[in-house]
Design a protein around this ligand. Structure first.
Ligand code: NI
Length: 260
């Protein structure tokens, strides 16, 4: 399918700023769309609750700018059951998230979108998303959607992009940790400078380990961090990580749209 190509600003790629007839025109040449998905959950004592949604949306819009592919509104709620021991966390149960992703995919597939590319900011969403895709393919076939045999969904976590992973290791080593990581916090500092007011040195974090229910999580990780030192984060790192994420994911998206 034709990939539209780079655009100057995000007003032409944001689905929420398009009209229905513009989307219909778009579908004549491109049947791909990017959907950012995050989570609304604690990110340690110095990180924003919206970190995973803010970062996923920013990476998605940057990939959209570089490709001209439409970007849907961010889905801000994810599967964050294990973070519910901390105020401000809002979680969808896995079964709810599965239903949400299924319905998003079916809505778009019903209009003729064939390639749905999720850019994800939260590791806890991954297993459920894969299950939701399997269910979506089954539904598309069973209701006889015209695109059923061509429908493909992909779920990519920006923080696992190879060059992001390498850069985070280089910048932060073991202090990257597993949750409330300096790399994701750096991205939020770059995107929302007011968050720098929260930055302060923290005591050594609890080491990364098992993830069970919310009470156990809070007992193991009393301040919400898993082995991370977000004090290392800077807005400059965030700008660099955003660029690396967008570069890797742009390449991956193009291959996804052009592939079988
Ligand atoms: Ni996060």
């Amino acid at each position: 399918m034709a990939i539209p190509g780079p655009v100057e600003n995000d007003t032409s790629i944001r689905l929420d700023l398009r009209s229905w007839n513009e989307v219909e025109d778009y579908l004549h040449s491109c049947k791909g769309i990017i959907l950012p998905i995050g989570s609304t959950e604690q990110h340690g004592p110095t990180g924003a609750i919206g970190t995973d949604a803010i970062t996923a949306e920013a990476v998605a819009l940057e990939v959209g700018l570089r490709t001209g592919v439409l970007v849907g509104p961010v889905q801000p709620f994810g599967m964050a059951e294990h973070h519910l021991g901390f105020p401000g966390t809002i979680s969808l149960k896995p079964s709810t998230l599965l239903a949400v992703i299924h319905d998003l995919v079916l809505s778009l597939a019903g209009h003729g979108f064939e390639r749905i590319y999720f850019i994800n900011g939260h590791g806890g969403n991954i297993a459920t998303a894969k299950a939701a895709f399997a269910q979506s393919y089954g539904t598309a076939k069973s209701i006889g959607l015209p695109v059923a045999s061509k429908l493909r969904c992909k779920f990519v976590s920006w923080f696992m992009a190879p060059s992001v992973f390498r850069e985070a290791r280089k910048l932060y080593g073991d202090r990257e940790g597993q949750h409330a990581t300096p790399s994701e916090i750096a991205l939020t500092f770059h995107l929302e400078p007011s968050l720098l007011q929260k930055k302060r040195p923290l005591p050594a974090p609890a080491p990364s380990g098992a993830i069970n229910g919310p009470d156990d999580f809070r007992r193991r990780y009393p301040d919400g961090r898993m082995g991370s030192d977000p004090f290392l984060a800077s807005p400059q790192d965030g700008a660099s990580l955003l660029n690396k994420a967008a570069t890797d994911l742009t390449e991956d998206l193009v291959a996804f749209l052009e592939g079988q």
